[in-house]
Design a protein. Sequence first.
Length: 435
Amino acid sequence: MIPRYTRPEMAAIWDAQTRFKIWFEIEAHAADALAEIGVIPKEAAKAVWHKARDVIFDVGRIDEIERETKHDVIAFLTHLAEIVGPEARFVHQGMTSSDVLDTCLNVQLTRAADLLIDDIDRLLGALRKRAFEHKMTPTIGRSHGIHAEPVTFGLKLAYAYAEFSRARKRLIAARKEIATCAISGAVGTFAQIDPRVEEHVAKAMGLTPEPISTQVIPRDRHAMYFATLGVIASSIERLATEIRHLQRTEVLEAEEFFSEGQKGSSAMPHKRNPVLSENLTGLARMVRAYVTPALEDVVLWHERDISHSSVERMIGPDATVTLDFALNRLAGLIEKLLVYPENMQKNLDRLGGLVHSQRVLLALTQKGASREEAYKLVQRNAMPVWRGEGDFQTLLKKDPDVRKYLSDAEITEQFDLGYHLKHVDTIFKRVFGQA
């Protein structure tokens, strides 16, 4: 985790103290269940909670023990025994390290998903507000980067709202899929520990029991989780790239907020660069980079190996922390985005009416011209306009072959901007409901 791109609440989920606290809770809840079914004394389970519930674990001491044992869970259990005393011999009865590690990881990923869902909610709120603000603000739609037909800026934002609404649903599904618990012992057979212990721990930790876990929780769950984060990152980059293009000097239809005292360039004092959008593009690349290792972690040897372990120690914190930061940065960007309707109108008018070419094409076919002839007539009047040699509507009215089919009034009718926006309300109702 890099502090520059880290928010405290998400970072806290991956803090060593948090991890050891979760490990303790797993062990203590398991002890409760073992006591309830008569495997260990109830007094021992109570002692574990009483002596360690509010302890700040000594991370340095655990690291010191691990340097000797070369095993993180044993190091933790040894330190826990130093705190709890003789009753610690009843801790970890019939369990294996993966029971603790995998259940803890899933708790952390579930908590991270909760924060990410909140992040998306903030972004959705910003997109909704700005979409309605610019619901009928006309702008040019582009295909291949070239002017196509008119849209509204509100539609661009509504598109993003719908996209991140889908992202939210996927993240909720990924959270549900990852929220499982395994307390099934070595190779997952429950030979040394009763399945009721797993059920108790799962309920206490807000998880569900893993139906079958070998010695590890199946990593296809984790692959789906990180793949979902990767898709969300791609949606972030798509919107960030749109803003970067709209901020180009030749376009300047929208622009990132530029605060008092902000500097755009060390060399050129006039610069106002889309630094947030560019940063989001880079952060999205990093989140997506964690997807492939997660997919490869699905393949483990037999009932368990630890080839996934080093991967998850890195991608768990890094992917969630980075996406958390990116979602909040994007929400702030949208909230403060500067929008320039005047420039949008200038760009709409830039091609001398060519954006209405399809309407003219269809009008000609409705009056009896074949599609091939209509296309030829429209295109031959459009190409001079591309070269700056006149206005499209004027050229059409001067073309005798066009006039065979359309009167001046009928030609003028095809240049009505409002025609392109007549279904904006319908689209908004589909995206946002009746509000």
